[in-house]
Write a protein that binds this ligand. Structure first.
Ligand SMILES: Nc1ncnc2c1ncn2[C@@H]1O[C@H](COP(=O)(O)OP(=O)(O)OP(=O)(O)O)[C@@H](O)[C@H]1O
Length: 205
C-alpha cells in the first residue's frame, strides 16, 4: 500500500536522512525508531507530502494519506462533537462521528468546549479525528504524547482493530511501546552524511 525507495530528505536546507527504503502492506504498521533529532518527523512530513523529498520515490494511492503531528489542532471555541463534525464534513463522513466519540472515550465530554479539555483529553480528541476522516495511509508523529496508560491502550486498540483491521496502514514515530505486533525501522543508519550538505566545508579541508 505504501512503497518508499531511496528516499532522502532535508530540514531547513540541511540533509537529515539518506537512502531510506521500506514497504508497508495493507493491514500493517511500521514503527519508526531513533534518537531525538534523527529525522522521524522530517520523514513523516515528506511521506505526507508536507515537504518535498530531496530524492527518491514515495508511492501510495492518491488522496489516502493523512498526517497527525504532535499538535492536536483542536478548535477551542467548538465542542468536542463540533470539532469532530467539522473534520467529518470536510471528508463527507458525518456518519462516523458518533462511533469515533465512543472509540476514543469522548462520549461524556461531547458537549465540552475544546479549549476546556485537559492535555490528554485534547490528544484523544485529536486522535479521534483520525477515526472520522476515513484515510487509509496514516503518518503518525508521537500520537500518544500526554496520554495515560488507559488512553494509550485505547488508541493502540483503535489502530489495530479499526484501522489496520479494516485494511489501512500506518507509519508511526513513537518513543513508547504501543504493544502492536509491527516491524520497527531504526533510522540511525540512514543519518545523512555531513558531506551531503552541498560540500559547503570542502574548501576548508
Ligand atoms: N524547522 C526546522 N528548521 C531547521 N531544522 C529543523 C527544523 N525542525 C527540525 N530541524 C532539525 O532537523 C533534524 C531532524 O529533526 P526531526 O524533528 O525530524 O527529528 P525527530 O527524529 O522527529 O526528533 P524527536 O524524536 O526529537 O521528535 C534535527 O537536527 C532538527 O534539529
Amino acid at each position: 500500500m505504501l512503497r518508499v525507495s531511496g528516499l532522502s530528505c532535508a530540514r531547513g536546507g540541511v540533509p537529515v536522512l539518506s537512502d531510506v527504503s521500506f514497504e508497508v502492506a495493507a493491514g500493517q504498521a511500521l514503527i519508526l525508531r531513533g534518537p531525538n533529532g534523527i529525522g522521524k518527523t522530517t520523514l513523516l512530513r515528506a511521506l505526507a507530502g508536507l515537504q518535498p523529498a530531496a530524492s527518491g520515490q514515495i508511492a501510495y494511492p492518491e488522496d489516502t494519506g493523512a498526517y497527525a503531528s504532535h499538535a492536536d489542532g483542536i478548535k477551542a471555541a467548538l465542542t468536542v462533537t463540533e470539532n469532530l463534525t467539522f473534520w467529518a464534513d470536510i471528508h463527507g463522513t458525518r456518519d462516523l462521528v458518533a462511533a469515533s466519540l465512543s472509540k476514543f472515550d469522548l462520549v461524556d465530554l461531547q458537549d465540552r468546549l475544546g479549549g476546556t479539555l485537559s492535555a490528554g483529553q485534547k490528544r484523544r480528541l485529536g486522535l479521534a479525528r483520525l477515526g472520522v476522516i476515513g484515510r487509509k495511509v496514516l503518518f503518525l508523529d508521537e500520537p500518544t504524547v500526554s496520554l495515560d496508560r488507559f488512553s494509550v491502550k485505547l488508541f493502540a486498540d483503535w489502530l489495530q482493530d479499526h484501522h489496520l483491521g479494516a485494511g489501512g496502514c500506518a507509519v508511526v514515530a513513537t518513543h513508547i511501546d504501543l504493544g502492536l505486533s509491527a516491524p520497527e525501522l531504526d533510522l540511525s543508519p540512514f543519518k545523512a552524511p555531513l558531506d551531503a550538505a552541498d560540500g559547503a566545508d570542502e574548501a576548508f579541508l
